[in-house]
Design a protein around this ligand. Structure first.
Ligand code: OOB
Length: 557
């Protein structure tokens, strides 16, 4: 298996013919790819939807904010001008790590206006991840928040800057903090104040060029950056917002992290804004806060990961809020148990829509008018007629119809390679991407996710690369070897367990603290530890890590 794209590490632009010429032609001719870009997205939406409400929520000061499309246009234009005054230019990579506050929309679309390339981080990321993203993306700025959820992001920025200095990474990125107390950093307010009146920053990026970088869930030592183009992503959102039934009446509650691909595009924030609907940001996903927001804002739609959907089901009867406005509840990011999917309609009064997507591209949805059986028991089918799917066995041959196998895909919005590195395991020489999922395709084309072949733990939608966390644990002087495996969990679907080989085992708590101190997102800290003197013989005669992880996972079930 060879990779189709050679991306030299130093090259942060998309390689020429990222999508081979004949495919690009085909996608243009089919009308999938157009000349539209994210730079003109808000100016264009403001022309169409001017006084309609675009964004509602709290800003970084905790104050309630409501922006119409016209106001969002002005806000993003002013911030874009201020960012330009701070030397942020077209093509510059800018890390964005913000919670679900209204500033998120202003910052992201201001960057798009400039033709800058946002790198979407999760609020949960810590210094090891942020440092890695800045270094790999060669980011010139890092936009974060002062404090959120009791965590000091300025302290995180300080650690990152000193880590980068130690590694000899230059230049040092400009840190912009969306807070009054920006400390030694630049506040977002100061950036806005440096805007030049009347000056409109309006880049004209290449529609088929790089628009932003998403982060992969990862299966390797360090998470990979996913390059998405204006044309591919806008197209995917057009299809996804149609399948999700978006209109000017849509009012979407955003409780999952805003920067996640699901929340951005399935149909997500951008899909709702594309149709003149309203995005309601909520920083607190707990049912009490979310139900209050649904009642107060008459939200029609929400996207959840399975554990949140289960929590909402479990608490619905205890919280007296009016959820009658809710029409569609999307669930995705991890397999949603069929029994739970069947409860959404009767207990929450919404149509359940399963979303099986990936930041690399391909998105499958159940359709809103599908019979309940299909909506509950499958993960849907692709949103585009241009999506190609092959289900192959481990030898690379197509399986018989209805059989389980590895999901391979290619299409008008699925990447052809990661940025800054070739991953020969993930792409074949025909440009197909291997998602690492084991699926079955029913005769009607609907996919059912049956399992996973990749070395990843899916902890309630949050992805953990086994290798990344093993590497952190291997840095501990008393850890001789370690394998991170998934253990089934009723609520999260899976939790992580580190199987540690140590002659003098530290306690589980000590190892958890050790991983935390290395600066990784809390969801990646192993939930459980098992200790032994040696790995048990696998009995399969293989010594590969993947085989070992599989063997241990079965053992721990
Ligand atoms: C979404 O994106 P990622 O990049 O965080 O993770 C993708 C992976 C898939 O390959 C699959 O392993 C898993 O997450 N997954 C599901 C699923 N949805 C995602 N597994 C079973 N059932 C589902 N419904 O997670 C993502 C991106 C866009 C939309 C929705 C989810």
């Amino acid at each position: 298996m060879t990779s189709s794209v050679e991306v030299p590490h130093s090259n942060l632009e998309l390689p020429k013919e990222f999508y081979p010429h004949e495919f690009a032609e085909k996608y243009r001719a089919a009308g999938y790819w157009t000349d539209a870009t994210f730079a003109e997205f808000i100016p264009d939406a403001a022309k169409r939807f001017g006084d309609s409400e675009a964004v509602v929520g709290r800003d970084h000061r905790g104050q309630d904010v409501r922006y119409t499309y016209a106001e969002l246009d002005v806000e993003t234009a002013v911030l874009a001008s201020g960012l330009a005054a701070h030397d942020i230019r077209r093509g510059d990579r800018v890390l964005v790590q913000l919670p679900n506050i209204t500033d998120y929309a202003v910052v992201v679309f201001a960057l798009f206006r400039l033709g800058a390339i946002p790198v979407f981080c999760l609020p949960a990321h810590r210094e090891s991840e942020i440092e890695h993203f800045i270094a790999t993306a060669k980011a010139s700025a890092f936009i974060t928040v002062g404090e959120f959820g009791g965590f000091d992001h300025r302290a995180l920025a300080r650690k990152v800057l000193s880590g980068l200095a130690e590694r000899g990474e230059a230049p040092r990125p400009l840190v912009i903090v969306a807070d009054e107390g920006a400390g030694e950093f630049v506040s977002l307010g100061a950036v806005r104040d440096s805007a030049v009146m009347g000056e409109k920053e309006q880049a004209e990026p290449d529609p088929e060029g790089l628009a932003f970088l998403q982060l992969s869930g990862g299966t390797t030592g360090t998470p990979k950056l996913i390059p998405r183009t204006h044309a591919d992503y806008l197209y995917s959102i057009r299809e996804q917002s149609a399948v999700a039934g978006c209109s000017g009446e849509t009012r979407m509650l955003v409780v999952l992290p805003a920067a996640h691909n699901f929340t951005m595009s399935s149909p997500g924030i951008i899909g709702v804004l594309m149709h003149g609907g309203t995005v309601v940001f909520c920083t607190d996903p707990t049912p009490t806060a979310a139900f209050s927001a649904i009642e107060a804002e008459r939200c029609t739609m929400v996207s959840l990961v399975p554990p949140l959907a289960l929590t909402w089901l479990a608490t619905r009867g205890m919280i007296d809020k009016d959820l009658s406005s809710l029409q569609v509840m999307q669930v995705g990011g991890a397999k949603f148990p069929e029994v739970a999917a069947r409860r959404i309609g009767p207990e929450l009064g919404a149509t359940v829509q399963q979303v099986f997507g990936m930041a690399e591209g391909l998105c499958n949805f159940t359709r809103l008018d599908d019979p309940e059986d299909l909506r509950a028991s499958t993960q849907g089918h692709p949103v585009s007629p241009g999506d190609e799917i092959e289900i192959r066995n481990d030898a690379g041959e197509l399986v018989s119809p209805g059989e389980r196998g590895n999901l391979w895909t290619r299409g008008p919005y699925t990447i052809r390679g990661y940025l800054g590195g070739v991953d020969a395991e993930s792409f074949d020489d025909r440009g197909f991407y291997c998602s690492g999922d084991i699926v079955r395709r029913r005769s009607n084309g609907y996919l059912v996710v049956e399992g996973r072949a990749k070395d990843q733990i899916n902890r309630g939608g949050e992805k953990i690369s086994a290798e990344e966390i093993e590497n952190h644990l291997l840095a501990h002087p008393d850890v001789a070897d370690v394998a991170l495996v998934a253990v089934p969990d009723k609520f999260l679907g899976e939790r992580s367990c580190a199987y540690v080989i140590s002659p003098a085992p530290p306690s589980a708590e000590q190892l958890k603290s050790f991983v935390r101190e290395r600066g990784v997102a809390e969801y990646k800290v192993p939930d459980r530890f098992e200790f032994a003197d040696a790995f048990p013989p696998t009995g399969v005669g293989k010594t590969s890590r993947r085989e070992l992880r599989r063997y241990l996972a079965d053992l721990l079930d």
